[in-house]
Write a protein that binds this ligand. Structure first.
Ligand code: ADP
Length: 298
């Protein structure tokens, strides 16, 4: 089954430093690493590893070939990705010896997505019934409306929450995957069950999946609420936990498995991911998740 991921592609530049740079100061860094990132890219990797065929749409700058190579190595279809005259979206991440960070994000090519590119992508024969979006790319509201008109079913991971996102026509969304912070911002509620109730009143036709970190996750579809505990693991880095969860939940659910089976797969995959450092590299393969679930005896 194919899924269209209209999402961000980012280069994460990570520097270890003795201390986070202060106002007016220039410092030397200790180490430098480059990672492929962006919620869009991470979710493409997770969806593909979980068993869907992903068609990724997005823009890179002239420094972005490494992102396309990485997606292709992971079997993601990159035919719709185009290069624009800009730099790629990128993050400059300082990490101090205590593990604290300070991050600058430059939208670059992710913010160059315009109506013309959106129309072109949607006119292509991508073979997808479902499209997933996050909020790291430009012209999201136009994309939601145009995709709906084309009959696509829309999944949204509303991250990060911004003023422009809150003004989008979110009624076009068929399935939300949100974490607690996003849920609070979208619903004005603070407790998990109230968040999900408020969101299902606001978006009565949408399926809502709410993730709660180590507290687990819940789903509301029609009048059914399904809950799933997180697996107990020794977490070392929760980066990309939500992206791993989204990929594994969707691959299972869209292929016809039940809500509870799909939440279990997603919880297992994301639990494995938090036991490893990094983002896309910590997203497990489907075989690894199946073996892990068997070993847990659940
Ligand atoms: P996000 O990364 O978007 O903030 P969450 O923190 O809610 O999302 O995490 C998504 C899912 O990952 C959770 O619902 C849970 O299943 C799993 N997860 C996150 N943190 C842990 C943890 N410390 N231990 C086990 N599973 C976790």
């Amino acid at each position: 089954m194919n899924i269209l991921n209209f999402g961000s592609l980012n280069i994460d530049k990570v520097y270890t430093v003795d201390h986070i740079v202060e106002k007016g100061e220039t410092i030397l860094t200790n180490t430098y690493d480059v990672f492929m990132g962006g919620k869009g890219l991470n979710q493409s990797i997770a969806l593909q590893r979980a068993g869907l065929q992903v068609v990724h749409a997005g823009l890179i700058g002239h420094d972005g070939q490494l992102l396309v190579d990485f997606l292709k190595e992971n079997a993601v279809d990159c035919d719709l990705i185009q290069e624009v005259d800009d730099v790629c979206g990128h993050a400059i991440i300082q990490i101090n010896p205590q593990g604290q960070n300070a991050i600058l994000v430059h939208g670059g090519s992710n913010q160059r997505i315009d109506e013309k590119y959106i129309d072109w992508v949607l006119s292509q024969n991508h073979g997808c019934e479902w499209m997933i979006v996050q909020n790291e790319t430009s012209n999201l509201d136009y994309l939601l409306k145009a995709a709906k008109q084309k009959g696509l079913r829309i999944i949204m991971n509303p991250s990060p929450i911004t003023d422009s996102l809150l003004k989008c026509t979110l009624e076009n969304v068929d399935l939300f995957i949100i974490n607690e912070i996003e849920g609070k911002a979208l619903s004005g509620q603070s407790e998990a069950k109230s968040i999900i109730q408020a969101l299902s009143l606001k978006f009565p036709h949408a399926i809502i999946v709410l993730t709660l970190g180590e507290e687990g996750s819940l789903l509301k579809a029609d009048s059914e609420i399904v809950t799933q505990k997180a697996f107990y693991v020794c977490a070392v880095d929760t980066t990309a936990a939500g992206d791993t969860f989204s990929g594994y939940f969707l691959a299972s659910y869209l292929q016809g498995h039940s809500a509870s089976e799909s939440l279990k797969m997603a919880s297992a995959a994301s639990a494995i991911s938090v036991t490893q450092k990094g983002a896309s590299n910590s997203i497990p393969t489907l075989d690894a998740v199946k073996v892990w679930i068997k070993a847990q005896n659940v």
